[in-house]
Write a protein that binds this ligand. Structure first.
Ligand code: GLY
Ligand code: MN
Ligand code: MN
Length: 436
C-alpha cells in the first residue's frame, strides 16, 4: 500500500473543504446474498480512494486544520474469536500505524465521540441519500451539538454533499491509478484472447464466460467489474444480456463485454467475433463499419476536444455506413439530425472509467460538454444492433456488434489501455485459425 498516495489525496481534498468543515464518509455495509451468506466484500470506491481501508463497519472523518489530528477512523476493534473465522482486522492500532489515521476509535463508540468532532465546525460534507439510517444518525449528532449551544459551542449549519468535490478529484487519475487501470485493461485483453481461442460452435455461452473469469482470477482480478455479457446470435443484440445460457451455433456472431476489476480499478472491454472463427460477408460488412466508427471516435479523444466529440464522430461513421449498406435511406446529415440511426445504435459512445465501471465525474459543466484533459479515462464503445424486426432485411438479423476499448487522455492525445485485445478482422481470424 502506498500511504503517501492516499495522504496526498486526503490533503488535497481537505484543502478544498476548508478549515471550518468536517467530512464524514461511511464504508460500504456488507451485503447479504442469501440468508446468512454475504457477497465477497467490496469497499465503497469513495471510502477506499481516501483511506485504502478495506474493512466493513468503518467511518472516516476528515477534519481540516484540527490540531489534535485531521484524519480520524472509526473501525472494528481486534477480536481474536472473530478473527479465527474471518481473518485478521487492522484494529485501532493498525488503523493508525498501517493506514496513517491520526486517531482511531471503536466503531461502537461513534455516537459518543462524533458529536464532539462536529463542535464549532461550520459545514458538514456528507452525502445524503445513500443510507437513510446513517443519514438519521448524522442529523442526530448535529442535534446533540445544537443542544449544547448554551455552553458556547457552535453547531454546524451547512450540509454539503461530498460528491461534487470528491468526484471531480477522482475524474483525474494519478500515475498510480493509471497504472492500475492499465493492469486491469491488460488482464481483460488477455481474457478476451483466451475466449477467442476457446470458442467453438456447440459450446454454451457460460463456458466462454468461465474462460474469461478463469483468466481474470489467475491474474489476481478477483471479480469482473460488472456481470460479463456473453451474447451469441440474437443475444448479441441485447445490450445488457447476462444470462449467458445459450448454445452457440456455427454462423453466429458472439459479442463479449467483459472487464476485470483489479486492485479496485475497473476495465470495460467488448470484442465481437464469429463463433466459427470466420466472419460471414454480412457480419464482416457490419463489423467494418463499427470498427471504423470506433477508430474515428478514439481519434477524437484528445485534450482540447470536448466529451461528446468522440460520440459525434462515431455517429457520423455509423450513419454513413448504414446508408452504404442500404439499411437507412437518405442523406447521412438528415438521418443524424432526425436521430434515425438510434434504431440501430441506441446508446452513447462511452462513459468515464475508474474505480467504478461507470465512473464518477460530470459530463457537462453548466450547459457545456466538458473538455477532455490529460488523466481522464473513458470507454469508447460504438455498436450496431440488428435484432429481428419489421422493415429490416433478414440477412442482417441477429448481428450485434460492439467494440469497446478503455482510453486514457494524455497530453499528446490518448493511450488505448486495452490495446492487447485484437480487433481487426485479419487479427481475429488469424488468432482463431491458429487455435482450432
Ligand atoms: N459494460 C457496461 C458498459 O459497457 O457500459
Ligand atoms: Mn462494456
Ligand atoms: Mn462501457
Amino acid at each position: 500500500m502506498k500511504n503517501s498516495e492516499y495522504r496526498k489525496r486526503r490533503k488535497k481534498l481537505m484543502d478544498m473543504l476548508g478549515d471550518d468543515s468536517i467530512a464524514i464518509l461511511p464504508a460500504a455495509p456488507e451485503k447479504i446474498r442469501n440468508r446468512d451468506v454475504t457477497f465477497r466484500y467490496r469497499p465503497d470506491s469513495d471510502f477506499f480512494y481516501l483511506t485504502a481501508f478495506a474493512e466493513p463497519e468503518a467511518v472516516l472523518a476528515l477534519i481540516p486544520g484540527r490540531s489534535q489530528g485531521e484524519f480520524i477512523l472509526f473501525c472494528r476493534e481486534r477480536d481474536p474469536e472473530q478473527e479465527v473465522w474471518h481473518g485478521s482486522r487492522a484494529g485501532l492500532e493498525g488503523a493508525c500505524n498501517d493506514y496513517g489515521a491520526n486517531d482511531a476509535y471503536p466503531i461502537t463508540d461513534m455516537d459518543d465521540i462524533l458529536p464532539g468532532l462536529l463542535e464549532n465546525r461550520e459545514r458538514i460534507y456528507y452525502t445524503m441519500g445513500n443510507d437513510i439510517a446513517f443519514d438519521q444518525r448524522v442529523v442526530g449528532w448535529v442535534n446533540r451539538v445544537r443542544g449544547k449551544i448554551r455552553t458556547g459551542v457552535h453547531a454546524p449549519e451547512e450540509f454539503i454533499s461530498l460528491n461534487h468535490i470528491l468526484h471531480d478529484m477522482r475524474l483525474y487519475k494519478s500515475r498510480h491509478e493509471v497504472s492500475k487501470l492499465r493492469d486491469a485493461a491488460t488482464i481483460s485483453a488477455k481474457a478476451h484472447v483466451r475466449a477467442m481461442k476457446a470458442c467453438r460452435p456447440g459450446m454454451m455461452e457460460y463456458q466462454v464466460e468461465a474462460e474469461l473469469l478463469h483468466e481474470f482470477m489467475r491474474r489476481g482480478a478477483f471479480s469482473a467489474a460488472y456481470p460479463s455479457i456473453v451474447g451469441s446470435g440474437v443475444n448479441s443484440c441485447v445490450l445488457h444480456y447476462i444470462d449467458n445460457t445459450r448454445e452457440m451455433k456455427d454462423g453466429d456472431i458472439l459479442l463479449i463485454d467483459a472487464g476485470a476489476e483489479y486492485e479496485g480499478y475497473a476495465s470495460d472491454v467488448t470484442r465481437t467475433f464469429p463463433v466459427s472463427g470466420r466472419f460471414s460477408d454480412h457480419q464482416r460488412a457490419v463489423y467494418e463499419i463499427v470498427l471504423a466508427a470506433q477508430l474515428a471516435a478514439i481519434d477524437a479523444v484528445k485534450p482540447g476536444n470536448h466529451w461528446n466529440q468522440p460520440h459525434d464522430s462515431a455517429v457520423e461513421v455509423l450513419t454513413e455506413g448504414l446508408v452504404a449498406l442500404g439499411i437507412l435511406k437518405g442523406s447521412a446529415q438528415t438521418l443524424i439530425e432526425k436521430e434515425d440511426y438510434k434504431r440501430y445504435f441506441m446508446h452513447k459512445t462511452g462513459h468515464w472509467l475508474g474505480m467504478d465501471v461507470h465512473d464518477v465525474g460530470d459530463y457537462k459543466l453548466g450547459d457545456e460538454w466538458r473538455m477532455l484533459e490529460p488523466g481522464m479515462a473513458l470507454t469508447v464503445e460504438p455498436g450496431l444492433y440488428f435484432p429481428p424486426q419489421k422493415g429490416l432485411a433478414k440477412k442482417w438479423w441477429n448481428i450485434g456488434v460492439r467494440i469497446e476499448d478503455d482510453v486514457l487522455v494524455t497530453k499528446s492525445g490518448h493511450e488505448v489501455l486495452s490495446r492487447d485485445a485484437p480487433k481487426s478482422i485479419p487479427e481475429i481470424e488469424a488468432l482463431m485459425a491458429a487455435n482450432r
